[in-house]
Ligand binder design. Structure first.
Ligand SMILES: Nc1ncnc2c1ncn2[C@@H]1O[C@H](COP(=O)(O)OP(=O)(O)OP(=O)(O)O)[C@@H](O)[C@H]1O
Length: 238
């Protein structure tokens, strides 16, 4: 593993207002470093702070206290435009609900991020087809999302995230709506991207199937890191 640092959280606290001037503290001083090429997961009971933490790392939200440095940038100091740029260039998101735009084809759904980056049409075509090949969906490029299955939809969402060649992919419960066969297929695709492109992955998950592939498990409990350990994956590409 290379030592290039992707992110560093320094005593990150997140408080949400809950009315009457009171706050709920969802994250209670998180210290975490993730290096390039890691395949790591946040696990822990519902409400332990996994999504809140992923949102901060993805610069969709900012800490109330402490520092979150993502790709060398302190996300609390970014303007709206700068954080949009950080997300667009460096971060790929995969969610439980993959939100493909229904009126666009599979190809166009994947192409969208590259239009935002002002990539030329010929380069876009090449990169979108390459991303669809990664997830084995090159033959479905012209289909609309309502003509493909749930597992295929999640694979399009991976292609949409990976087409930007992001440094880090954040995956919040990516297998939650999939059956076992599709869940394993998705995990194998992500592991292959991790191994071949050295893309860093950070999952949030309850799913044992996801956990079997992880190389590092960070356990959250009540907004704190209860355990952070390197593990030998039970499932690999071999
Ligand atoms: N906007 C908000 N306002 C108030 N409380 C919030 C807000 N967002 C999250 N919380 C609270 O913060 C805590 C952590 O939520 P979070 O969604 O990060 O947990 P999680 O570990 O991702 O849970 P799950 O596994 O169910 O998705 C929860 O108690 C939640 O109710």
């Amino acid at each position: 593993m290379s030592t290039k640092q992707i992110l560093k959280l320094d005593n990150v606290v997140k408080k949400f207002p809950v009315g009457d001037g009171r706050y709920f503290t969802a994250l209670k001083g998180i210290n975490l470093e993730i290096d390039k090429g890691e395949f790591a997961g946040l696990v822990g009971p519902s409400g332990s702070g996994k999504t809140t933490l992923l949102n901060i790392i993805g610069s969709l939200d900012s800490p109330t206290e402490g520092k979150a440095i993502v790709m060398g940038q302190n996300i609390s100091e970014l303007t709206h435009k700068e954080s949009a740029k950080l997300r667009n260039i460096h971060i790929g998101f995969i969610f439980q609900v993959y939100n493909l735009l229904p009126v666009y084809t599979v190809f166009e759904n994947v192409e969208f991020a590259l239009i935002l980056q002002n990539v030329s049409a010929s380069e876009r075509k090449k990169r979108v087809m390459e991303a669809l090949e990664w997830v084995g969906l090159q033959d479905l490029a012209d289909k609309k999302p309502d003509k493909i299955s749930g597992g295929e939809g999640q694979r399009v969402a991976i292609a949409r995230a990976i087409v930007k060649k992001p440094d880090i992919m954040l995956a919040d419960e990516p297998t939650a709506n999939l059956d076992a066969k599709n869940a394993h297929q998705i995990m194998r695709i992500m592991k292959k991207l991790n191994e071949e492109l050295d893309t860093t992955f950070l999952f949030s998950t309850h799913d044992e199937k996801v956990m079997k592939y992880l190389e590092r498990i960070i356990t959250l409990k009540d907004g704190s890191i209860a355990e952070d350990k390197q593990v030998t994956p039970q499932k690999t590409l071999k």
